[in-house]
Ligand binder design. Sequence first.
Ligand SMILES: Nc1ncnc2c1ncn2[C@@H]1O[C@H](COP(=O)(O)OP(=O)(O)OP(=O)(O)O)[C@@H](O)[C@H]1O
Ligand SMILES: [Mg+2]
Length: 318
Amino acid sequence: MIETKGLRKSFRSRQGKQTKTVEAVRGVDLMVREGEIFGFLGPNGAGKTTTLRMLATLIEPDGGEATVAGADLRRQPGEVRKRIGYVAQGGSTWDECSAREELVVQARMYGIGKAEAQRRAVRALEAFQLTEYADRKCKTYSGGQRRRVDIALGIIHEPKIVFLDEPTTGLDPQSRAHMWDEVRRLRTEGMTVFITTHYLDEADALCDRIAIMDHGEIVAEGTPAELKREVAGDVITVGVNGTTPQAAKLLDTADYVSRLETLDGGGLRLYVDAGATAIPQIMRTLEGAGIALGSIELHRPSLDDVFLEKTGRSLRES
Ligand SMILES: Nc1ncnc2c1ncn2[C@@H]1O[C@H](COP(=O)(O)OP(=O)(O)OP(=O)(O)O)[C@@H](O)[C@H]1O
Ligand SMILES: [Mg+2]
C-alpha cells in the first residue's frame, strides 16, 4: 500500500541573521502492507509528521521515491490524494461549522452525491459517538469530541489508506479505547491505517507492524513481538536512593549483567539473561557494598526497551 525509498526532507529556517537547516527526514525506506495497521513511533521532532505530510502530498520531498495506494507520489499526486485520507496532528475542523455540516461538505468535495453524503455523515456520527452533538458548532465541542470529528472527516470518502497523526493524544482513556475499536473496525473493512503515536502501549496493542523513527531515520521496524524479541533476556530496574553511581560501578562489572543504563530520573536499568536468578544476585552485591536497595522491578522487554537499545535513549524520557 505504501513503499518509499530514500525519502528525504530538509527545512531551512531563519533565526535572526542565521539560516539553519534541519534535516527532518533523512532517507526513509518503508513498506506498508494492504489492510494492516502500521504504527509510526518516535519522540518529538523525530520526523513523523514530515514523513506523513510528504506521503499525503502536502509537501514535496527533496529526494527519494514513493508509491502510495498504487500511485506514484511525484508523478501522480492527484491520484494519491483521491485514494487517501489524512488527519492532521492539529485537526482541521472549523469553529463555526457543526460536525454534520463538516462531514457532508467533506464527502461532497470528494464527489459524493448529496443524499449519499448525508447518509454517510449519519453513519460516521454514530460510529464516533457524535450524534448527540451533531448539530452544535465545533467550537463548543470538547477536545476529544473534536478529535473524533477529525477522524470521521478523514475517512468519510472511504479511502484505501488513512493517515492518522496522533489521533488519540488528548483523549481520555475511555475515548482512547473507543478509538482503538474504531481503528480496528477500519481494518476489518479492508482499510490500511498508518498511525503515529507517542504511546508505546497503544502501538503494542493496536499495530500489526511498527517503525520507530529517531532523528529523521527509521531505527527499527517489525511486529511488536519481533521488536521485543530483539531485546534478549529480561530487564530489571533498580532504585538505590542517591547512590546510583556507586551501584552502577558495582553492577556494571557483574558477570550476570549484560548491559547497564543509568536512568535520567535516578536508578538503573539492567539487561540480564534470566531475571529470576539475577534479582537475588543483585541484592547480595548491593548489600555486600552497604548500598541500601530502594526498589527492584523485573519486566519483560517493552517497546521502550527496544527504543533504548536502538538509540541509547528512552522514548519516555525523550
Ligand atoms: N515547516 C518547518 N520549518 C522548519 N522546520 C520544520 C518544519 N516542519 C518541521 N520542522 C522540523 O523538522 C523536525 C521534524 O518535525 P516533525 O513535525 O516531522 O516531527 P514529529 O516526529 O512529528 O514530532 P512530534 O512528535 O512532536 O509531532 C523538527 O525538528 C521540526 O522542528
Ligand atoms: Mg508530529
